[in-house]
Design a protein around this ligand. Structure first.
Ligand code: GDP
Length: 444
């Protein structure tokens, strides 16, 4: 997602590098390239026009600043304008003062609504809420079962019409779902409604009837980011037919050009609340306009990386390891635990992809090979606890045993042990120099 756009924008801005002063002609030329990049990404024309007009106006009027060179100044303006069209501030879910909070989902069939219901439910549950899913899509065969399946995977109950009673009335199911939530003390209700293949009046009316019956605190319009320009027309139809308070973008992992993501907020005037980027229930998060803009501009997504790290690392353990760094007491067991924590965050190539400038190292990233880490892990696992604790005792015969047990050569074991000692020494020295960890490492 956004790869082509990101490449084009970066190269448009790169041509400004090294210029001491920008002429109007420089700015016009860059604006023209940005315009082409946005149109190729399938961004809606009115959005492109306004964006370009803003960039030109601000870039031409920009005061020369001591801190930024002209190219950086334009990048800053483009970044701020991108954040603007993506919605500015991060918009959080509004919870009702008197629970249950009712969240209604609307969108075309196949947009990823049912999957999203499961993702949202799991996400809310992780934050300590007790959500209930309500199955009001009685149109599509199996929609109810599908919701029950994602509900089970999310560990969240689903309220559905009893089977065998014919198709049933979705408005009635919605109402009873809310009653059930109150009765069973659920603080959030997620109402899945029938999708439609195209914009269709009858189903639109049904969604409006459900809306009137459950009076949602949030109505989320779910849209597949891969449908490009069509997303805009669909969003407008839903806004006029049902109304919605926020947007969820799905399939951001797909090979889409990004136009939908960049247009929908500006065209509908409604904020994007969440982004969905994969088929697994975990592939879902709050949408942050600033992080997305920074990703589009190839400036990386460090905040997301940091948050993922916080989730993956056990704070206590990390602190212990950090304290040991300076004392020269770091063991191979600590090293293994840190490595396992990093790998919980996903394939190493993906992690590196979030770093600034990663766009330019795509080819190298594709070659990052996690199997080497598998081998390191296997070697450490082949050691006894005493060996992990005090690697100095790993003599020749131990090395041979470890190599045999973990299916590697003695040389690989030697490499690992030697590199570990080097790293430990280096950390100890650094700790000494920066005065933390109580190591006194500079002596060694
Ligand atoms: P609904 O008809 O709107 O309820 O859509 P579904 O939830 O059934 O999703 C339609 C298809 O899209 C399913 O095959 C999902 O697995 C898939 N899907 C949903 N969200 C995502 C996503 O974020 N990324 C990808 N790659 N696939 C998704």
């Amino acid at each position: 997602m956004f790869d082509t756009l990101s490449d084009r924008l970066t190269s448009a801005l790169q041509s400004l590098r090294g210029k001491g002063k920008l002429t109007d002609a420089d700015i016009d030329a860059t604006a023209r390239e940005i315009r082409i990049a946005l149109l190729e990404a399938d961004v809606a024309l009115p959005v492109v026009r306004e964006f370009i007009a803003q960039i030109k106006q601000r870039a031409k009027g920009a005061e020369v600043s001591g801190a930024l060179n002209p190219a950086q100044q334009v990048i800053k303006i483009v970044n701020e304008e991108l954040i603007g069209i993506l919605g500015g501030e991060t918009r959080r879910l509004t919870l009702a003062k008197n629970p249950p909070t009712v969240i209604m989902l609307a969108g075309l069939q196949g947009s990823g609504k049912t999957t999203l219901a499961g993702k949202l439910a799991m996400w809310l549950k992780k934050q300590g809420h007790a959500p209930l899913l309500v199955a009001c899509d009685l149109q599509r065969p199996n929609a109810v079962t599908q919701l029950q399946v994602v509900g089970e995977r999310a560990g969240v109950p689903t309220f559905a019409p009893e089977p065998g009673n014919g198709v049933g009335d979705p408005v009635d199911v919605a109402r009873r779902g809310i009653d059930e939530a109150k009765h069973a003390q659920h603080d959030i209700v997620i109402v899945d409604t029938a999708g439609r293949l195209g914009v269709d009046e009858e189903l639109m009316r049904q969604a409006a009837d459900i809306r009137d019956a459950v009076r949602p605190d949030e109505t989320l319009f779910v849209v597949d980011a891969m449908i490009g320009q069509d997303a805009v027309a669909t969003a407008e139809a839903f806004r006029d037919g049902v109304g919605f308070s926020g947007v969820v973008l799905t399939k951001l992992d797909g090979d889409a050009r990004g136009g939908a993501a960049l247009s929908v907020r500006q065209v509908t005037g409604r904020p994007i609340l969440f982004a969905s980027n994969g088929e697994k229930l975990e592939d879902f998060d709050t949408f942050h306009p600033d992080r997305m803009a920074s990703r589009i501009l190839g400036m990386g997504d460090l905040l997301t990386l940091i948050e993922q790290a916080e989730q993956a690392f056990d704070a206590e353990q990390a602190e212990k390891a950090a304290a040991k760094l300076g004392t020269g007491q770091l063991t191979l067991e600590d090293f293994l635990q840190q490595m396992l924590a990093i790998r919980k965050m996903g394939p190493i190539g993906n992690l590196l992809g979030m770093l600034p400038g990663a766009g330019q190292m795509k080819d190298q990233l594709a070659q990052v090979d996690d199997t080497q880490l598998d081998r390191l892990q296997a070697i450490i696992r082949g050691m006894t606890p005493a060996e992990r604790d005090d690697p100095k005792i790993i003599n020749g015969s131990r090395r041979q045993r470890i190599a045999l047990g973990s299916g590697v050569t003695v040389r690989e074991v030697n490499d690992l042990v030697n590199r570990f000692f080097e790293a430990r020494k280096m950390m100890q020295q650094m700790a000494g120099r920066f005065g933390f960890g109580g190591g006194g490492g500079s002596k060694s």
